[in-house]
Design a protein around this ligand. Structure first.
Ligand code: NAD
Length: 257
């Protein structure tokens, strides 16, 4: 389905990004993974290397909050692979702090990685796509909490709300070039950032048990399949959309009887 396409996944050593890389690879794409690990560490982490079904993978160590690194890595992709068709703008962080205790540093770090990092990646990718006349796909990883406040992660929720508007702005302005821009909004996934919170924050686990109408946390694979769909020819008429994969979390909450 995605044969001959080149797909970039930022934060691709993490749980959701890794599943995206694997599923895009299985759909036939050549996948480029960006993350903060050294090359050696990444080989351990990028489990797609080990999966015979996965497509070819290239790893680049890139901090998305550093514009120079982002642009230079993209130049390398164009030089080595000749094209870029799909970008999953997925790298992200969360560090919980109650609102009254949020430090300036915590606030700034979320904005630097989750929002400015996404802008750095998405704008640089979009320029390459437009320059090369590629009707590409840019897919952000937002979150259901980009629209619904969740306790103790204000800088994170604000960064994801900003990401949703960045996506919509880009969708509007890039439509004339045929570049489609969308977001997936996972709910609570028992992996990655939420997985760590489930393990380390008892109050988080207690809240989670109450708020998922479909009862179970999601999986990275469910998010990755949604990404593959948005990257596919079947989604060609979709742009400017947040595709929510949250087991109903963002519905109005009733107490479960
Ligand atoms: N896990 C969930 O429940 C959940 C729910 C909704 C949204 N999300 C979003 O999914 C995305 C992936 O998160 P995950 O859950 O897989 O967590 P994760 O921690 O497993 O993966 C995040 C990856 O991003 C990388 N990263 C962090 N800062 C970076 C930077 N400056 N430059 C490059 N890479 C960087 C990390 O090294 C890590 O490998 C995030 O944007 C997150 O907000 C996750």
């Amino acid at each position: 389905m995605l044969f001959e396409k080149v797909a970039l996944v930022t934060g691709g050593c993490g749980d959701l990004g890794n599943a995206m890389a694997l599923h895009l690879g299985r759909a036939g794409a050549h996948v480029v993974v960006w993350d903060l690990k050294t090359d050696d560490e990444a080989v351990e982490d990028v489990r797609c290397f080990l999966d015979e079904e996965g497509g070819a993978i290239m790893y680049q160590r890139v901090d998305v909050s550093d514009r120079t690194q982002v642009e230079s890595a993209l130049d390398d992709i164009m030089a080595q692979l000749g094209r870029l068709d799909i970008a999953c703008v997925n790298a992200g962080i969360v560090e919980a702090q109650p609102f009254l205790e949020i430090t300036q540093e915590n606030w700034q770090k979320h904005l630097d990685v989750n929002l400015t990092g996404a802008f750095n990646t998405a704008q640089s990718v979009a320029r390459k796509m437009v320059d090369s006349k590629t009707e590409g796909r840019i897919i952000f990883t937002s979150s259901w909490v980009g629209a619904i406040p969740w306790p103790e992660i204000t800088p994170y929720t604000v960064s994801k709300a900003g990401l949703n508007m960045l996506m919509k702005q880009m969708a509007r302005e890039l439509a004339p070039y045929g570049v489609r821009v969308n977001a997936v909004a996972p709910g609570i996934v028992k992996a990655g950032l939420a997985g760590k919170q489930l393990e380390t924050e008892p109050q988080y686990a207690a809240r989670v048990a109450r708020v998922i109408p479909l009862s179970e946390p999601g999986t990275p694979e469910e998010v990755a399949e949604a990404v593959v769909y948005l990257a596919s020819p079947q989604a060609a008429y979709i742009t400017g959309t947040v595709l929510t994969i949250d087991g109903g979390c963002s519905l109005f909450q009733f107490d479960k009887a």
